[in-house]
Ligand binder design. Structure first.
Ligand code: ADP
Ligand code: ZN
Ligand code: MG
Length: 619
């Protein structure tokens, strides 16, 4: 079966890599050089040290090769206590120390082994200077500012009056979200009206929804409607290598924004910084992200009293991973769901994007919307563009309905690759495999209809594919339907087993999806009789373990984990048996349709349904 991939944008990390290398050297140096400090000085986490500096509690700092020693400001004429912390390559630190007027110096070389002593004395400052130089030279023209501006936010600012001003008219299919955001626009336009009564203007609004549903677009539309500046930054940009940089960036972003109030700050991919702190406990946490998160919380709490109207919009597709602290009152206490559009929503979105292309007389956008359940706004925008490209390739003046039909398949299954050569034997295997999917799918699906089978390779992974389109939008699936889907996914492999008595690698993706689905039935949907209606996955605010696949699973006993495995296996094996039974019962039909498919390469529509209608239920 075909899969749909969503490519991740590559990100340049060159500078990061250089810094990583240097920090590696620094770390090595500190490991090889013996510590010369006595154990009597209490060691504190680096983050505490930075907080103390920020709160102006620190009097002086001395940098050693394996330790930073620092002294707090004493009470009256008492000397302050001395503390130690582990050095982390932190480029923001010198600036911070300077700002806070803290004395700092390097520790003189320790006595003892002259060589290691010398190394310890020379290497860290050298690295420090090298990095400093690097940034100064990068920021050439900006003078010494280059080194200091590392913490400056890279927030992009969109100001009102740009030629392509985005408004709510550019967003469709998310009517509820729009209704809620209209209120935000009011807040931004006439804050006095609300503050006069004593109403508190919300500070943070979280847009929650799957990728491509228009969260970024909505945020821009809010700014466009209100006519205010729009600062946008992505959460993943905050996650830098060095402690202190991310939080400096947050501080800077809010400073910039406050100067331009009323305005909107938009934080995309909030989950990249706002991940629950507890979920990371297993790996020892991430100091940097935690500091960035803390800074964000501080900033959001900070502009409470003032009369500055800065509204922070943030987007995420994984709200369950967010730190609960972010969702408290006064922070992101409003959540707006931006979900995939329904039938009429899809038609409206198609309407918006179709205005950019020339449509032929036979275009029926409603029919296209009917055939694209599950498509998000971005998929529909992409679909319109694909259809226009197809028309242009065929040197036609306007886009025809047939272009859309083909574009749907492209978007669903990846681009057609007729050039890929398969030998006869492979082709035969793929044909039986796909017919296996189709036969089992036809019998087990209560809501889907098999539209098309093809052995023309598409995309990167799928050799052939079976297109099964639901006849209506489905929001709920029952256990029977899920079991049917798993059997359908295993139908391809089962056909190979029956006909060739051997299994190829072609079914790997099917097996993956079947197993995932079975696991979700047990751990998320509570469909297992043995394990009961418990959610074993994504434990909300509870402490959970990460299974390394990005699927947080609630901490369970070993017996429960075993029971889950057994149940998943049971479901998959039952479905496998069901698929085998269906195909054994209909072996003649499997043969005849496969032969036909080998001839024509594609069977679809009425013809396919007539063929499949001969199928018999397994006795
Ligand atoms: P998200 O931020 O939710 O991942 P985007 O806002 O970046 O999605 O959407 C990407 C593009 O897809 C938009 O620029 C727009 O062209 C199109 N799009 C997405 N959702 C919608 C929608 N609801 N209405 C109109 N166009 C949309
Ligand atoms: Zn398959
Ligand atoms: Mg986005």
């Amino acid at each position: 079966m075909a899969i749909k991939d969503q490519p991740k944008p590559p990100r340049s990390r060159q500078i990061g890599n250089i810094l990583l290398l240097l920090s590696g050297l620094f770390l090595l140096a500190s490991i090889f050089l013996p510590s010369f400090l006595g154990p009597q000085i209490p060691r504190v986490p680096y983050s505490l040290f930075v907080h103390q500096v920020q709160d102006s509690e620190v009097a002086r700092v001395s940098f050693g090769q394996s330790e930073i020693l620092y002294q707090l400001k004493g009470e009256a004429d008492q000397p302050g206590i001395v503390l130690a912390t582990t050095p982390i390559l932190d480029l923001g630190l010198p600036k911070l120390l300077e700002e806070k007027g803290v004395e700092f110096a390097a520790v003189p070389p320790p006595r003892g082994n002259w060589f290691t002593g010398l190394l310890g004395w020379v290497v860290p400052p050298l690295i420090f200077v090298a990095i400093w130089q690097f940034f100064v030279s990068r920021g050439a023209g900006g003078g010494p500012q280059g080194a200091l501006s590392i913490g400056k936010s890279k927030a992009k600012v969109y100001v009102e009056g740009e030629s392509a001003k985005i408004t709510f008219a550019d967003v469709a299919g998310v009517e509820e979200a729009k209704t809620e955001l209209v209120e935000i626009v009011e807040f931004l336009k006439t804050p006095e009206r609300f503050t006069a009564i004593g109403a508190r203007i919300p500070k943070g609004v979280l847009l929650v929804g799957p990728p491509g549903t228009g969260k970024t677009l909505l945020a821009k539309a809010v700014a466009g409607e209100a006519g205010v500046p729009f600062f946008s930054i992505s959460g993943s940009e905050f996650v830098e290598l060095f402690v202190g940089v991310g939080s400096a960036r947050v501080r800077d972003l809010f400073e910039q924004a406050k100067k331009q109030a009323p305005c909107i700050i938009f934080i995309d991919e909030l989950d990249a910084i706002g991940k629950s702190r507890s979920s990371n406990a297993f790996y020892g946490g991430n100091d940097e992200r935690e500091q960035t998160l803390n800074q964000l919380l501080t900033e959001m709490d900070g502009f409470a009293a003032g009369n500055t109207t800065v509204i922070v919009l943030a987007a995420t597709n994984r709200p369950e991973t967010l730190d609960p602290a972010l969702l408290r009152p006064g922070r992101f206490d409003r959540q707006v769901l931006v979900d995939r559009p329904d039938l009429s929503g899809r038609e409206a979105i198609l309407n918006i994007h179709a205005q950019k292309v020339k449509l032929g007389p036979d275009i029926d956008l409603k029919a296209i919307a009917t055939r694209t359940p599950g498509f998000a706004g971005a998929d529909l925008a992409n679909l319109v563009n694909e259809a226009a490209l197809l028309a242009a390739r065929n040197r036609r003046e306007t886009v025809a309905q047939a272009d859309f039909a083909e574009a749907i398949e492209r978007v669903v299954a990846g681009l057609e690759k007729k050039s890929r050569v398969m030998n006869e034997k492979e082709k035969k295997i793929v044909a039986y495999h796909e017919v296996g999917h189709a036969l089992v799918g036809f019998l087990t699906a209560t809501s889907g209809k098999v539209e098309k089978i093809s052995i023309i390779p598409r995309g990167m992974a799928a050799l052939g594919y079976t297109l099964q389109l639901p006849t209506e939008d489905r929001f709920l699936m029952n256990e029977q339907e899920l079991r049917g889907q798993i059997a359908t996914l295993l139908g391809g492999r089962s056909a190979e087993e029956i006909i060739f008595g051997s299994i190829t690698t072609g079914a790997a993706n099917d097996l993956q999806r079947a197993t995932d689905l079975a696991e979700r039935m047990v751990t998320t949907y509570g469909m297992s009789k043995v394990l009961g209606p418990l959610a074993y996955e994504k434990g909300g605010q509870a402490q959970f373990l990460n299974d390394g696949m990005g699927n947080p699973r609630r901490q369970v006993s070993e017996q429960t984990a075993n029971a889950i495995d057994r149940e998943v296996k049971e479901i998959v094996e039952t479905a496998h048996q069901q698929a085998l039974d269906i195909l054994n019962e209909n072996r003649d039909l499997l043969e005849s349709i496969s032969m036909k498919l080998l001839e024509t390469e594609v069977i679809e529509g009425e013809k396919l349904n007539d063929l499949l209608a001969q199928v018999r239920h397994a006795s």
